[in-house]
Design a protein. Structure first.
Length: 400
């Protein structure tokens, strides 16, 4: 498989603004070192760690670590990313929304952060990007993707989502509605044709017929897939009569980092990759996080307990932040989960197979991407998981 070409802009990066927003004036940058040997190409983007060496006023040296996430790929992939406004949305969240949410907590005497700090390069590099602090330098790390979140880690993620959701509800009270870019997410009528292409069910449905239990579900799911995008457009239109929050909408195991203490306990949790955020029911994040990334032994067996755990943290945070609206009840969250069964279906048929692959990188080779999609649905782990999940969904009337 052909290795993607290193972008030309790598050799001309300038981070003066970023450095001086971290350190006091008077420091001198001695070198900017892109870690090209650690570069990663995935999901139509390139991830480049950058090390900056700085001389302080007392002539001692200090290293700063950044991560540059930039658009990269074929012209077709760039067109899709631009159509869906992925980087515009993420840039808005990192630079405008997260600082507001964190300030809302500071106003009540609490220190809460939701992800890495964001910066700007001194000059344009010709593609869209976000420049972030590199959390790996602060000892944050991902858990192993195929294993997923164990119960303790899952609770920490749900606790962080509860904080994020609560602050977003208060933010709307204080500052008014979020921009249309965030309220609508990618699910807009203008994006319908792209969404149809991205959600092509052919490979999934062809594999479904080969699985035991497949015949039982095949005909029904073929019908569901015919109107899937229309259903998603309706699903993602916020109901003003219900409790709504800003959803991360892509909170799976690769998009969460943990900082552990020496005893293995989680000290902090950071959410990454805010390209798909949207306003709506918290059921969207609950289904996505638990069904895509919880360990197999707790994904279904502990689902209701995890929802209840999330709810109590949501309630505590809404009260702590002096939320002025009507407080949601646990039954409201359960009703939202029942109403948003299509969100669960999309997670288990689109996101879950990715998390269960032995190795996953979104290469810019379209031929490889097609082979990868076939491999997603023929994985033994995924087949076993879907055999458990579909009956669970049927029992809860989530496939109706």
């Amino acid at each position: 498989m052909k290795v993607p070409k290193i972008p030309d802009w790598v050799s001309s990066l300038s981070l003066n603004q970023a450095v001086h927003s971290v350190l006091e004036d008077g420091v001198q940058i001695t070198s900017v070192i892109p870690s090209v040997h650690l570069i990663q190409f995935r999901n139509c983007t390139v991830l480049l760690p950058i090390q900056v060496k700085v001389q302080l006023r007392d002539f001692t040296m200090k290293k700063l670590f950044f991560l540059l996430k930039a658009q990269h790929g074929t012209d077709i992939q760039a067109m899709v990313m631009n159509q869906l406004k992925m980087f515009q949305r993420e840039h808005q969240v990192y630079h405008n929304v997260l600082p507001k949410l964190e300030e809302i907590y500071r106003e009540v005497g609490k220190k809460v952060s939701f992800g890495p700090r964001a910066f700007r390069l001194d000059y344009s590099i010709g593609v869209q990007y976000v420049l972030l602090e590199d959390l790996k330098a602060k000892s944050y790390k991902n858990v192993e993707r195929q294993a997923g979140f164990n119960k303790l880690c899952l609770k920490q993620v749900l606790k962080k989502l509860a904080q994020f959701h609560a602050a977003s509800a208060v933010c709307v009270e204080k500052h008014g509605a979020f921009s249309n870019l965030l309220v609508n997410g990618v699910y807009t009528k203008a994006n319908e044709s792209v969404l149809q292409e991205l959600n092509d069910p052919e490979i999934f449905l062809s594999q479904l017929r080969r699985w035991r239990l497949g015949d039982h579900f095949h005909k029904r799911l073929v019908e569901k897939e015919k109107d899937l995008v229309d259903g998603l457009l309706k699903l993602h239109s916020p109901d003003s009569n219900e409790f709504n929050v800003l959803n991360h909408s892509d909170c799976w195991v690769n998009n969460v980092m943990f900082k552990f203490d020496d005893s293995g306990h989680v000290e902090d949790t950071a959410l990454l990759d805010y390209q798909l955020v949207k306003y709506g029911s918290p059921a969207i994040d609950l289904y996505y996080t638990i069904l895509s990334s919880a360990e197999k032994d707790i994904k279904l067996a502990q689902f209701d307990n995890m929802v209840q755990y999330y709810f109590y943290h949501l309630l505590d945070n809404l009260k702590a932040l002096n939320f002025g609206g009507s407080l949601p009840q646990l039954q409201h969250i359960r009703d939202a989960l029942n109403k948003n069964g299509l969100a669960a279906y999309v997670v288990v048929t689109r996101a879950l197979p990715i998390t269960m692959m032995n190795q996953f990188e979104d290469e810019v080779n379209e031929r490889y991407a097609s082979k990868m999609k076939c491999a997603m649905f023929t994985s033994r782990k995924y087949i076993q998981a879907i055999k458990d999940i579909l009956p669970w969904m049927e029992e809860r009337s989530l496939l109706n």
